[in-house]
Design a protein. Sequence first.
Length: 559
Amino acid sequence: MSVHHPEPGSSRRHFLGLVGLGVAATTAGPLLAGCSEKPAGSGAAQQLDAVSGVLPTHQDLTNAIKPDIVGTRPVPDGYTSYPATLVDAVTEKPGTSGKQVTAMTPAWGPAPTGIAQSAYLQAVNAELGTPVNFTIQDGNTYADKLNAMLGARDVPELLCVPSWEVEKIPRFAEAIKVLFEDLTDHLRGDAVNAYPMLASFPTGAWRQAVWNERLVSVPNPTDGPFPWALFARKDLLDARGLALPANLDDLLSAAKQVTDPARKVWAFDDVFAMIQMFHRVPGANQGWRLRSDGTPEFKYETPEFRQALEVMAKIYSDGLVHPDVVASKGADAKQLFAKNGAIVFKQDGVGFWQGAQAEHQKTNPTLNIQPVPVFSATGGDPLVWGEDKPISYTFVKKGLGKDRVQELLRIINWCSAPLGSQEAQLRDFGVEGKHHTRSPNGPVKTDLAFKEIANQYFFISGRNPTIGPFPETPRYVPDVLTYSNQMVTFLEKNPWAGVKLEMPAAYKANQVPTEDKFTDVLRGRRPLSDVDAIVAEWKTNGGEEARKLLADSLPKAAK
């Protein structure tokens, strides 16, 4: 986690990278059976343009600290140093009843101290005016707890549901109607002005917080649109007199030059997502786009995917991928790349970058991790995949009454205070002298902070996302924003950007088995000639059903 910014990142991959987990840690587990029945097999689509009337009116914060570097939306703004003077974002205590609030949030790693023993919770609750009592659940088994809770129809007043868990909950829209408060009339239009921090959230995040054409949750907006980047050990390339690759030929040439099994160095981990991006393979909704006749096609059916498959298969057959990765031994590719230099080019979420640089530069002062700008291997502009789902959603228990709902929204608003406010410093760093000490570069956490602070208040709020500051890696914020502001120009347009989709059950169930078949092709366990048969199986096992849903749910503008 960063020095001032302990929030998770833009996606499950990003966040789990920060807390030291892999994506596999959360992809297993049963589908949630909230409201008991199986999900509708054919999937569902909700047109978000139809719900513009339920959304809050966006307002910029008037007392926000000016950023050092401005991001081109949806890229957040960046801060290179911690603000010297803090402002009060909220002038009155949000809690007025004194009645304890119940909340459930996830945590990864050791569970933090409970409310009776936690100086941190007690300090924040004193500022809130009404105490929040958290039930903290293991993030790795959070789906199981949600499953039991929704099935029993027994929810706390504030419930955090990470976006990656939403995708697993069958008939979630129906569970919402039964269990959670409709927040539309509290927040739509200018009503949101009562909660200035919430009014500053991106409108796109609010659109994702709508179910059943009503605003039913507070989103926790993502802090970056890019699911993947290709990182290079620039220090190792510099030592060999090699530049960052600017095209596919450069990349493959550099890969052959750096690969040296005798010295235990290989060019790549599994970089297939980036090889697909370089070939302009579609990435929207896991890989859908529109043909020239306006009908949906999936990436497996495109010539670009075949090209990318052939290039990646040759990368494997040429011995350019680290053998631990090839053997699927559960290689720790992050360590092999950042610590050992045994991998020179690594694919990962953007959130990997700062943490890896900060950790491993302590023992390797020359370490320089840099992203390779996305290029097109086939001419024309690059295509950059994007993902804009919120990190999580906060739901309010149904039936609490208007006064209590407004009190809870004021608490969520306080918890969403921006960088540079007294409230954000207390939320992120606790009490000076107990949880942090002052330094010229901003607050430095104590051991007590690591025991007591586990993003509790962050996970019942959102915040207008920002990047930095990171005193230990002063080049990171300028570097990541230079890269991001260049790449966002080429962000892929998603034809279904205005649609919230629940894909058909058969299609979802077949995703991993199909990807496994292509992995066998890439690694030489099946011939390239099997691709047509794999695609035919995919079509039969949910692919055509998904195509119909996507065709039927296209926004009018895309048809």
